[in-house]
Design a protein around this ligand. Structure first.
Ligand code: FES
Length: 127
């Protein structure tokens, strides 16, 4: 049996994740807000509520908002990762409600990464 490398496993995981979204036909992406201790202290709850209210305002039903633990970068909290089907995940840092609303409109709805707030584009660990 051929052994898979870590990168191959990650690729398979990403593919599986995407096919689940596609199969369900329900979600075209998800937003993960990092809620480690420092994330919460830096205002991650406000970031979650901003995303949720933008979803509601826009009547958007095919994007899910979830939370995860610490992303390992205290100094850039609050952070969120936007993962849209068939595009690499983008991690945003130093968020404020205003930046969050802009990311929602331009990236989540418009498909354009807000590069000035992005701190990482591509493979996501943990998420
Ligand atoms: S508690 Fe700050 S990055 Fe984990």
């Amino acid at each position: 049996m051929t052994k898979l490398t870590i990168d191959e496993l990650r690729k398979k995981r990403e593919e599986a994740k995407k096919s689940i979204y596609l199969r369900d036909g329900e979600f075209r992406g998800r937003i993960v807000v990092h809620m480690g201790t420092c994330g919460i202290a830096a205002g991650a709850r406000e970031i979650v509520s901003t995303f949720l209210s933008e979803l509601e305002k826009g009547g958007v039903k095919d994007i899910m908002v979830t939370t995860s633990g610490c992303a390992g970068l205290c100094s850039r909290e609050p952070m969120a990762t936007v993962e849209l089907v068939n595009t690499p995940p983008v991690k945003y840092g130093d968020l404020t409600p205003d930046k969050t609303a802009r990311i929602f409109k331009e990236h989540v709805l418009g498909g354009n990464i807000v590069t000035e707030y992005a701190i990482g584009i591509g493979s996501e660990k943990g998420g």
